[in-house]
Design a protein around this ligand. Structure first.
Ligand code: ZN
Ligand code: ZN
Length: 321
């Protein structure tokens, strides 16, 4: 019993400890040579840390992901090292042109002081980034074309540190790259951006932890693994339409917009028994087939024939099936 209590209490502390740990790491290694010999080493360290947590806090409904490990590693490599850089090359010149054209300078605000005190900038960044990601993620479930791309992320049969980055690159970029590029041209304090982005990245990665880690009251503020598992449930809870828990870092957006779902039984959080595609499609271990989704002609034909696809339930599931 004492053993169980220690596990429960310690799992509650994981997210705050990860926050502090990675904020210290990011601030102390800024501009250091480590980024030269292993770019994005911090992302890899977060994933590695979560893999260790999965080994310590083993989960009763865990489903082995060994058969798709190669696919997971390729997806991590592509979405960590290629997607952001490629989208940045295309989008950044366009974004940079806007303040240049309007104000004759590189940033929308000439100095960070114009955006208020340091702490307020962190609050503004966290709220605006998470608000944008909530709605783009919700659209990725309700719009047929976006769902066709995003549904691959939902074919995984369990949440793991290794499949948090498993997404079609276009789907990944819409949710995880564009908003940060916009952030870069506003003119926020660089340290405020660094700390906020660390917080959002750590939470998003941690939400895919496959271990039996508890959220407690944090479930109502952050997207913990307990909250995100319901987003990946093979059976969408009754009355929730396409899915629930769309938040990427904060769960209070779901509470605010009526999409939060986290049932309890005798004081304990209940978890879905099966993770997977809501239309029943099995996981796809071939990474190239994930990339191919963008070029499937029929999704555009059906989209064109269905003007009110937003209201047509499960259209994309039917197409895929
Ligand atoms: Zn989703
Ligand atoms: Zn996910």
């Amino acid at each position: 019993m004492l053993h169980k209590g220690i596990f429960y209490l310690s799992s509650l502390l994981i997210l705050p400890v990860l926050y502090v740990f990675f904020c210290v790491i990011h601030v102390s290694t800024q501009g250091s040579a480590i980024f030269d010999w292993l770019p994005k080493w911090d992302t890899l360290l977060i994933i590695f840390t979560i893999i260790i947590l999965e080994r310590i806090y083993t989960y009763k409904y865990a489903v082995s992901q060994r058969h798709v490990l190669t696919r997971d590693v390729i997806a991590i490599g592509v979405n960590t090292y290629v997607t952001g850089a490629a989208v940045g090359m295309i989008v950044s010149p366009v974004l940079g042109f806007v303040p240049e054209y309007l104000f004759g300078r590189k940033l929308v605000f000439a100095s960070p002081e114009q955006l208020g005190p340091f702490w307020l900038q962190i609050v503004v960044i966290l709220l605006s980034v998470s608000f944008f990601r909530y709605w783009i993620h919700r659209a990725q479930h309700t719009n047929a074309i976006l769902w066709e791309l995003h549904s691959y992320h939902h074919r995984t049969s369990d949440l793991r540190a290794t499949n948090g980055l498993v997404s079609n690159p276009v789907d990944f970029a819409l949710r995880n790259v564009v908003v940060f590029l916009v952030l870069g041209v506003i003119g926020f304090d660089q340290m405020a951006i660094l700390l906020s982005v660390t917080a959002t990245t750590v939470t998003a990665e941690f939400s895919h932890c496959g271990g039996d880690v508890k959220g407690g009251l944090l479930n109502y503020l952050f997207v913990t693994p307990e909250v995100h598992r319901w987003h990946h449930s093979a059976n969408v809870p009754d009355g929730y339409g396409y899915s629930c828990n769309y938040g990427v870092e904060f769960s209070f957006w779901d509470t605010l917009f009526g999409t939060f779902y986290l049932p309890q039984k005798t004081g304990e959080v209940v978890q879905p028994e099966r993770i997977g595609h809501p239309g029943g499609l099995p996981d796809e271990g071939n990474y190239l087939k994930r990339l191919g989704a963008l070029f499937r002609k029929e999704i555009f034909d059906i989209q064109a024939a269905m003007p009110s696809s937003w209201k047509t339930p499960r259209i994309a599931v039917r197409i895929a099936a």
